[in-house]
Design a protein around this ligand. Structure first.
Ligand code: PLP
Length: 432
């Protein structure tokens, strides 16, 4: 597939037809295992002397198409599909950092990732040092000899301020530290590898799938990071792995291409911790990706219209959207990283505070009230009483959640119907 156009890659990358049946749709290879040709063939596969299917915990042909397609869309070299976005975030870090090591992470994270870093990885001996992403230099200041990776989200909610990918990637590269970007909220709108990131991860549950049917995650290797030139900084890829007879991944992977990072993740973390993506879910996510370019355009268009409309409503005191930032730095980052569309998320604050936020949610008729984003349908939530309710009011405010904050994940319904439902809900919340 020579095309570089996402609309085309989303339909064609990684697959032409089934060699046995000529089927055009990607088959769901619902199998755990694969018949080996001979004892020699099996031994060669296990020793990684040749690549091929062994067992669905570590590879599957349906997942393989998804991996190739997402890698092509991102401009990366290879990918690994896993059972959830959470598994993707965990593996992305665990692939480099071991007990005693640290990562430097943006404070502006999905709550699940925050918990993973602040609690579960900490319990495993990996420290996450959280820094404010408005100042890229904060990443440099938090770095020490045991820093193995930087981590951030491209378009984190609720603040919806674009992360300075190029600036932080450049600081990391000066130390031999890769930047891992969670691009869940901005597929196709930003390609973090184009700005110097080394690894991209997705919760495929959101826009990639797009239909709210399947939990999944993907990690993509940009193939643009020279792991062997930083042996002390990246020991996980530069010291012998006893589970593969002393293989040093940065060297061992070279004959296969610049895929050391993602190969190691597959043959060690996926093998040992075992969170593979089910083939059925890979199929469903592939179905979603076929229309990803169209959907991202519609999500972005509808969301900007909603943001502009909200700004004209008297009950709304503030609109949070990448194109509505008042501070010059955030506005410049939106213009630089998201010139062709600002995604499907918008937040707004209601003058009536928490009571108005809850009343608004209860008054919605078409829009769904769920804790998800990235669905083709419009979704809403009141974070202060749900996703962020375990935080103190001060903590809520520091993450960008005020009592009257409502988050919308704007879908691809007709804009008139979206505005009609939001309008009647605002009217009823105001009257309550
Ligand atoms: N990253 C982001 C930005 C998310 O919004 C989510 C889920 O909401 C995740 C990661 C975790 O993904 P999953 O729910 O697929 O495990």
């Amino acid at each position: 597939m020579n095309s570089k156009h996402p609309e085309t890659l989303a339909l064609h990358a990684g697959w032409r037809r089934d060699s046995a049946t000529t089927a055009v749709a990607v088959p769901i290879y619902q199998t755990t295992s694969y018949q080996f040709d001979s004892a020699e063939h099996a031994a060669g596969l296990f020793a990684l002397q040749q690549l091929g299917n062994i067992y669905t915990r570590i590879m599957n042909p349906t997942c393989d198409v998804l991996e190739k397609r997402v890698a092509a869309l991102e401009g990366g070299v290879a990918a690994l599909a896993v059972g959830s976005g959470q598994a993707a975030s965990a593996y992305a870090v665990q692939n480099l950092a071991r007990a005693g090591d640290n990562i430097v992470s943006s404070t502006d994270l999905y709550g699940g990732t925050w918990n993973l870093f602040a609690n579960t990885l900490r319990d495993q001996g990996i420290e996450a040092r959280f820094v404010d992403p408005t100042d890229p230099e904060a990443f440099r200041r938090a770095t020490d000899d045991r820093t193995r990776a930087y981590y951030a989200e491209t378009l984190p909610n609720p603040k919806l301020a674009v992360f300075p990918i190029a600036e932080v990637a450049a600081i990391g590269r000066s130390f031999g530290i890769p930047l891992i970007m969670d691009n869940t909220a901005a597929p196709l709108l930003v390609r973090p590898f184009d700005h110097g990131a080394a690894i991209v991860m997705y919760s495929a549950t959101k826009y990639l799938g797009g239909h709210g049917t399947s939990i999944g995650g993907v990690v993509v290797d940009g193939g643009n990071f020279d792991w062997s030139s930083h042996p002390h900084r990246q020991p996980a890829l530069n010291t012998p792995d006893p589970s593969y007879h002393g293989a040093v991944w940065a060297e061992a992977a070279k004959p296969l291409g610049p895929i050391a990072y993602i190969l190691k993740m597959r043959v060690t973390l996926l093998r040992d911790l075992g969170a593979p993506l089910a083939p059925m879910n890979a199929f469903l996510i592939l179905q979603g990706i076929e229309t990803l370019a169209l959907r991202m355009r519609e999500h972005s268009r509808n969301t900007l219209l909603v943001a502009n409309w909200l700004a004209s409503r008297p009950e709304v005191t503030r609109v949070i959207h990448p194109a509505h930032h008042r501070d010059a730095v955030a506005a410049e980052r939106t213009a630089r990283y998201l010139p062709h569309g600002q995604g499907g998320l918008v937040g707004f604050e209601l003058a009536g505070g928490a009571a108005a936020g809850r009343a608004f949610i209860d008054a919605l008729e078409m829009v769904y009230h769920v804790a998800n984003i990235g669905d083709a349908r419009t979704l809403a939530i009141h974070p202060a009483s749900t996703t962020h309710s375990q935080l103190s009011i001060d903590e809520q405010l520091s993450t960008g959640v005020s009592p009257g904050y409502v988050r919308l994940s704007v879908g691809i319904e007709h804009i008139d119907d979206i505005l009609a439902d939001l309008g009647q809900a605002l009217d009823r919340a105001h009257a309550a």
